[in-house]
Design a binder for this molecule. Structure first.
Ligand SMILES: [Cu+2]
Length: 672
């Protein structure tokens, strides 16, 4: 038999036959079942004239069909034909300029309200020529001059009051250098101000939901182990210490001090710290760092009445660093919000900071990446996300039950696949609460399944589990569960933050609902609970005894803005090298030396480590990695010893912490 002109052995024929069969099977599936996010939610890019640097900070939707966009460069642009229903280009006019870094914009009763770095300002076009004529200060923010004192908002409530949020300054840690930084404030139309809550670090995204509750998204940083969404009520403390500088002011609704907070600054889970500090608010939903995203930004609630697909009443959360939108579901248990996050739509063009609903039920996404690296490579962009009308097969919702979780699907599932215990990979974990930047995943372990109860119509499955832990994030990852019509899951994971268990009856399992083998045994492949890997020969921390001394000592440092201080290091082939790695930055980094041509593969493998990433220092187990350091904390050093490759060439060194590899890299040049 000839295969493309080549004579094949029996063994080859068998293999090719298998591949052909597998290939036809897969392509039949693919043809029948579109399985990309794009099939369900389509991204349209709005063209931007070359002379406009549209580094989006805010978006306001006008009822007449225009949209207004404010920029980090201090301009506000009015865009006509933003929906481009006939495919023609949108039209831009400059409404205002000379403002200072406008990171938020809102429309109310014919005027625009914008948050500049130092002021909440009302802008009005009195003569209807498309340009603002009146710039009126509504409220002035104090500033220290620190670069990190970003200001966001306003969001109007039903009474016409405005909410704004103010970042803490960054001086190697988050600090409230000027009054009310690190706070959410309510500003009344008469210019009086009411401080609401503090503990905010970098609150770029916040919203009032349909119940009138204030939800804000936080970014990983000091005191913040991972991204999260928290419901803020008056007097709450959301976790970052910087804003506590102002709790002694007479208007402050809380009196917590830094000294009191220091008593819980020991790396215990935030849930434990909150038992001792009554003001400390539990996040409603944690977004696991690098697994969901790396920098949460704007939040939207779907009140489109079905125009945006099957997720009515749910939330969408932007991620700046990963240029994506995640989905979030909330429920109230014990009177408090808690819920889950899920992947939703990747592939935006730049760092996605701002989301607003268009009048047609689509989402406008505003983007910028200057100084804030993102996977979307454009410096700025404006895109629109619309539902295509097709319903993806997804986990629609995860709800807490008294003894586990109930997963609801967007479409009826094949009940056989739901009943198979092998199709569930369940685990829980949490993060450390401390003044240090970020946190590794801690205390992660499997949650064995005890029972599976499938609803008659196949749209819901109740998972009865052991090892539920309050305050922990519970991973619900699904295997080969298909829809009744054969459609595959578009995404297979959700992360539920379980702060409270609902009251109610525990499940009484029928014999066919009991998971017989211990589910933990079946979960052997997931290894979510294993201890960190032992040091390998790729990370040698002690000089080998027979060296005498290294032939070469080279040092490499980090600099702020995701940079190494060198992009070239030279070593002699086969020489004994000591590499001293100093992390001078405020984030964690590693150094991974890779085989020529494999740096991108290694970086992608690191991103795909998921929950195992932080245990493994984001270093994948692969022969493409030659040597590496650990992921080291800010202002720490690690030295490794290795023998340089004997083959001369350019070996790329890279930081494999997710999101860093595209910019943090250089060449280890090996020569004779
Ligand atoms: Cu890095």
């Amino acid at each position: 038999m000839l295969w493309f002109g080549k004579k094949l052995s029996r063994n080859d024929m068998f293999k090719k036959g298998f591949f052909l069969l597998a290939f036809s099977f897969c392509s039949a599936l693919l043809m029948a079942q579109p399985q990309t996010e794009e099939d369900y939610y389509a991204i349209k890019t709005l063209s931007i004239p070359d002379d406009i640097k549209l580094e989006v900070g805010g978006i306001a939707i006008l009822p007449d069909g225009r949209i207004a966009v404010s920029t980090r460069r201090g301009e506000i642009w009015m865009i006509e034909n933003a929906y481009s229903k006939d495919g023609s280009a949108p039209h831009y006019t400059r409404f205002a300029s000379g403002l200072h870094e406008v990171l938020g914009l809102a429309y109310k009763d014919g005027s625009l309200y914008c948050t500049q770095r130092g002021e909440l300002t009302k802008l009005t076009d009195d003569d209807n020529d498309g340009r603002a004529d009146r710039y009126e200060p509504v409220y002035v923010f104090e500033l220290s001059g620190n670069y990190h004192e970003y200001a966001y908002g306003p969001i109007f409530d039903k009474n016409g009051d405005m909410y704004v949020t103010l970042n803490v300054a960054w001086i190697g840690y988050g600090e409230g250098l000027a009054k009310w930084h690190g706070w959410a404030l309510k500003i009344h139309p008469d210019g009086t101000m009411e401080p609401i809550a503090t503990g905010l670090r970098s609150p770029a995204g916040f919203m009032l939901n349909s119940a009138g509750d204030l939800l804000y998204a936080e970014n990983q940083g000091d005191w913040v182990g991972s991204g999260r969404v928290t419901h803020l009520e008056k007097g709450d403390f959301a976790g970052n210490a910087g804003g506590l500088n102002w709790t002694g002011e007479p208007e402050s609704p809380l009196h917590l001090t830094k000294k009191e907070l220091a008593t819980v600054d020991n790396g215990q889970p935030l849930y434990e710290a909150a038992k001792k500090i009554k003001e400390l608010k539990l996040p409603a939903v944690w977004f696991p760092h690098t697994i969901m995203g790396i920098s949460t930004a704007d939040i939207l609630e779907d009140q489109t009445g079905g125009a945006f697909g099957p997720f009515g009443g749910q939330y969408f959360v932007a991620d700046q660093g990963h240029s994506k939108i995640m989905r979030m579901t909330l429920e109230k248990v014990n009177g408090k919000y808690q819920g889950a996050c899920y992947p939703f739509r990747e592939g935006f063009a730049s760092g996605l900071v701002r989301l607003r609903w268009g009048i047609d039920g689509s989402i406008f996404g505003g983007m910028t990446s200057r100084g804030w690296a993102s996977t979307g490579k454009e410096l700025y962009a404006l895109q629109n996300l619309g539902w295509t009308g097709k319903v993806p097969f997804e986990m629609k919702n995860i709800k807490a039950m008294p003894d586990g979780f109930e997963v609801e699907f967007t479409l009826p599932a094949d009940k056989k696949t739901l009943q198979n215990a092998m199709n569930y990979d369940l685990a829980n974990f949490t993060y450390m609460y401390h003044h240090i930047y970020g946190s590794p995943v801690i205390n992660n372990g499997p949650c064995p399944l005890k029972g599976i109860i499938v609803s008659d119509d196949g749209t819901r499955v109740r998972l009865v589990m052991d090892s539920l832990k309050l305050g922990y994030i519970h991973q619900i990852k699904l295997g080969a569960i298909t829809a009744a019509d054969g459609k595959q899951l578009l995404h297979n994971v959700g992360y539920y933050t379980l702060n409270y268990l609902p009251e109610g009856e525990k499940a009484k399992l029928k014999p066919n609902e009991v998971v017989k083998m211990t589910h933990a045994m079946m979960m052997g492949g997931t290894k979510t609970g294993t201890a960190p890997k032992a040091l390998s020969a790729k990370r040698v921390l002690k000089m080998p005894a027979d060296w005498g001394k290294p032939d070469q000592v080279i040092s490499l440092s980090t600099r702020p803005g995701l940079k190494f201080d060198k992009n070239l290091m030279q070593v002699k082939a086969g020489s004994k090298v000591k590499l001293v790695f100093n992390n001078n930055d405020d984030m964690t980094h590693n150094v991974v030396i890779t085989l020529p041509g494999t740096a991108d593969d290694v970086a992608n493998l690191a991103i795909n480590l998921g929950l195992k990433g932080s245990q493994q220092n984001y270093v994948p187990v692969t022969s493409k990695v030659l040597y590496h350091t650990a992921l080291i904390q800010p202002n720490t050093t690690e030295s490794i010893y290795f023998i340089a490759p004997v083959k001369p060439g350019n070996y790329i060194f890279v930081c494999t912490y997710p999101g860093h590899a595209s910019v943090m890299r250089g060449i280890l040049k090996v020569s004779n």
